[in-house]
Design a protein around this ligand. Sequence first.
Ligand SMILES: O=C(O)CCC(=O)C(=O)O
Length: 282
Amino acid sequence: MNTKNIMRQVIDEGWCVIPSVIPAGEVDDVRDSVLKTTLRTSSGYEDNDKAVKKGANSVSTFLPSDVSATKGLLAHDQSFAKYLPHPNILGTVDSILGPHVRISYTTSIINMPGNARGGWHSDWPFNQKTAGHIPSPYPDFIAHITTIWMLSPFSKENGGTLVVPRSHTFNDNPTGDNDLDPNLVHPDEINVTGNSGDVLMFDSRLWHATSANTTESPRVGLAVRYAPWWLNLDVLMPGSDERQRMVIEPQAQENEVAPISTEIFNRLPKNVKPLMRHWVRD
Ligand SMILES: O=C(O)CCC(=O)C(=O)O
């Protein structure tokens, strides 16, 4: 699989699984580290309908409550950093979004045993519940790319991400004030499955949802999102004027991403630094 095939599939179908991004002999260490860090730092996903801040690392998206997650994970754990510029990932993202791509989010997503299915949504900036979103009906172009890194194998049973193929071309999604039902079992839905070390890449407009985990083990995932140079990320940055105006004053839904310190930044691999230099604050 090369970047041309991946790009074609992301553009046509809205999603693609990129195999073996983290080598088989290395992925277990990354999974253990991400799981440990998340259990230490997360306060869980917030109830979708609450519009108030719960904790610095809590995440308010359209997800069930029994999911442990840490946003801005790179500030706490750098075990996955060296894989971020993998040629099949960055090559594809660059071909779609153009040069000078920046990482907007690094979020662990641990789908716990017994967790229920979540609601259909598109990711920021298309999620109509989060601050700083592009209002629907939104225009038909790719403005953000989501990747979900499978740190455990993803199966139908353990909650492999649900997607609706080709829904990235719709101009709205079920997070909006519309008659789209987030809890509908969609006739075209599929569970994305793969081996640990594979990465699901999709246009952030694609309708997707957390799937129930009916197994006894946590399903460990890592969401890394990529933004073109022109997408304003300041609404995600603690202390920014955008956050003050668009999140804090109107008490809008929380959507904060922890910055990284100069010390952590200096320790990142050379080819990761261009993806993260915009997010350094001390
Ligand atoms: O964990 C998953 O499979 C889905 C996560 C998700 O929907 C999200 O991060 O927006």
